[in-house]
Design a protein around this ligand. Structure first.
Ligand code: F6R
Length: 590
């Protein structure tokens, strides 16, 4: 959570503006407030501008500069106020700090610094870093070494950027929170991810935990924080294109990413064959499959569990935040599949580390590259959906589910068959996502816009599909949407149904069809309005969105209806579909 960005040697002398533009690309990481610090070209003190709220079309009034750092915040310590927004200064105003993470021991550090007469202005944990560096500088150390020493005392997962007035440099350090460096022609960048500076350079280096870098007009130097020794910086070129991080004519990233899925599913089916076959062999040889993730990634795990079962393999699925009591059962036979778009989700990392500690083989099914999860893992399965900018996950989810479907089939030697099915899925979805079908979903959204509660039912694969569908509605439109296994209805929750309550019933054309139809009839008898999401029509439906008939893969179309419906409901209710309230894309805190 939180996005950090900085530039040294801005050729335009508009470093504040460059940082502002970069922060707009990182806003998905947090959007409570934002701030920028610069060293003015004309000399004088560090200048700072901070504001509560989204960056949107904000402008900066900061003067000309060639060096700047900036931050977009998802509040953890201290309310959403201008004062709590980053960057934070030390007492002397010599250094400004931006930070992504949590300093778990900040109270102790703060008390010590207060005893040394440091004055604090904010309620944040970040401000202690600025004062602690100021204190360390009093010992005569260089700024680099002062920053490294202070960083070594911080407990928790953290990434920091420190702008120093005297040295005209930015020192950055990483432990647990992501940080990337971009090497441009004569300009140097830092960012929580590469999307912030992709416009300027694709030559990058992803810092590992325990590494620091110093950015000056002369270039970038890499260090090991513990030994403070310099390391060789070996960059590589990322294959993401600038268009990948632009809306490409769509009004929102969310809509763009929903539509892109027809291509990303086909793409993912061409990736990772070697890795998937290796893991499939381990499963065939008796490996125990444990799937784990948070939010959408957890629903992906739940759906994948059904795919494994269909392939004759018993798999377990856990929300990562509830895995620890069961971590003791992980052993050398365990194939722990951690599913994560970002690879930075704190709970998923904790669960993965616990399983690995007990001997499990750790497999990362990830979308973003060079993440902490990827570094931890024994096998990396990168699903290749490209940058997912909207906070609400769509194309990463379908790419991950498609990949896990391929894995489940690969165990029985049906990899090629499954690959064909995936390619066909992409093609069928492409034909189905016509303007006419999208308009049908838009028209349904118009009918449902004023409801505050909706329920969904599904059975077997369509149960996790209904959960994911409900999450899309909740996240994007803030309407309460709750999914139940259709078998659960009569055991209590049917009491919630009143005259007109919208109830979605998700179907595949399989052996579950009749049972879910019966549940829909029971709901209808209690006054519910039934919205069928299915490849077939039925008299029970008051409204029907027809999805492609795709056997076990029908849930892909059903879920896409939820993604689009959530999007249209959100637009109709005036939300920002790319940045829903209270959320951040990368949940790097427990
Ligand atoms: C839902 C959503 C979240 C994430 C969850 C895990 O649209 O985006 O529920 O799925 O926070 O994030 P990752 O996949 O990055 O581990």
């Amino acid at each position: 959570m939180c996005g950090i960005f900085g530039i040294v040697n801005d050729g335009t002398s508009q470093a504040a503006q460059t940082v502002l533009d970069g922060l707009k690309k990182l806003e998905y990481r947090g959007y409570d407030s934002w701030g920028i610090a610069i060293i003015p070209k004309s000399g004088g003190r560090i200048r700072i501008e901070k504001h509560v709220g989204k960056i949107g079309s904000a402008k900066t009034t900061l003067p000309d500069s060639t060096i700047a750092i900036g931050h977009t915040r998802w509040a953890t310590h201290g309310g959403v106020t201008d004062i709590n927004a980053h960057p934070h200064l030390d007492c002397s105003g010599q250094i400004a700090v931006i930070h992504n993470g949590i300093v778990e021991n900040y109270q102790d550090l703060k008390e010590e610094l207060k005893r040394e007469k440091h004055t604090f202005h904010s309620e944040t944990d970040t401000e202690v870093i600025a004062h602690a560096i100021e204190e360390e500088l009093k010992t005569g150390r260089s700024i680099n070494h002062a920053v490294f020493s202070v960083f070594n005392t911080l407990v928790g997962s953290n990434a920091i950027g420190v702008l120093d007035l005297h040295a005209g440099s930015i020192v950055i350090c990483r432990n647990g929170s992501p940080l990337a460096i971009g090497i441009g022609s004569n300009s140097y960048y830092l960012g929580s991810d590469v999307t912030a500076f992709l416009k300027f350079t694709r030559r990058v280096y992803f810092l590992a935990d325990g590494e620091a870098a110093v950015l000056t007009v002369n270039g970038v130097k890499l260090y090991d924080i513990s030994s403070q020794a310099e390391k060789k910086l070996v960059t590589h070129t990322v294959d993401w294109k600038v268009e990948d991080v632009q809306k490409g004519g769509y009004p929102h990233f969310l809509l763009k990413e929903i539509i892109e899925q027809t291509a990303t599913i086909k793409k993912t089916a061409r990736l990772n064959e070697t890795e998937l076959k290796q893991i499939a062999k381990k499963i065939a040889d008796g490996g125990r499959v444990v799937l784990c993730g948070c939010g959408t990634a957890f629903y992906c795990a739940l759906a994948a569990k059904y795919y494994f079962s269909l392939a004759g393999i018993e798999a377990q699925a856990y929300g990562a935040y509830e895995f620890l009591p069961f971590a003791k059962f992980a052993d050398k036979k365990t194939l722990f599949i951690a599913i994560s778009q970002s690879g930075e989700t704190a709970d998923t990392l904790i669960a993965a580390k616990a399983a690995k500690k007990n001997g499990a083989h750790l497999i990362a099914v990830v979308n973003a590259r060079a993440s902490t999860l990827e570094r931890l893992s024994d096998t990396i399965i990168a699903v290749g959906a490209g940058p997912e900018i909207a906070v609400v996950s769509t194309k990463a989810f379908t790419a991950q589910l498609a990949t896990l479907y391929l894995l489940s089939r690969a165990v029985g030697g049906k990899y090629k068959e499954a690959q064909k099915a995936m390619t066909n899925l992409g093609a069928v979805l492409e034909k189905w996502l016509t303007p006419k079908n999208r308009t049908a979903i838009l028209n349904l959204a118009k009918k449902l816009i004023d409801y505050e509660d909706m329920y969904l039912i599904g059975k077997h694969l369509n149960f996790p599909a209904a959960m994911e569908f409900a999450l899309k509605i909740k996240e994007t439109s803030y309407i309460h949407a709750e999914a139940f296994a259709s078998g659960e209805l009569k055991h209590g929750v049917i009491t919630l149904i009143q005259k007109g309550t919208p109830c979605f019933a998700l179907f595949a054309n399989d052996e579950t069809r009749q049972e879910v139809l019966s549940s829909a009839t029971e709901l209808k008898a209690r006054g519910a309005t039934i919205i069928g999401i299915s490849p077939f029509a039925a008299p029970e439906f008051n409204y029907h969105i027809q999805t492609p008939e795709l056997g076990d893969l029908t849930i892909f179309g059903n879920i896409i209806v939820g993604q689009l419906l959530g999007y249209y409901l959100g637009i109709g209710r005036g939300t920002d579909p790319d940045k829903p309230r209270n959320l951040a894309k990368s949940v790097t805190v427990k």
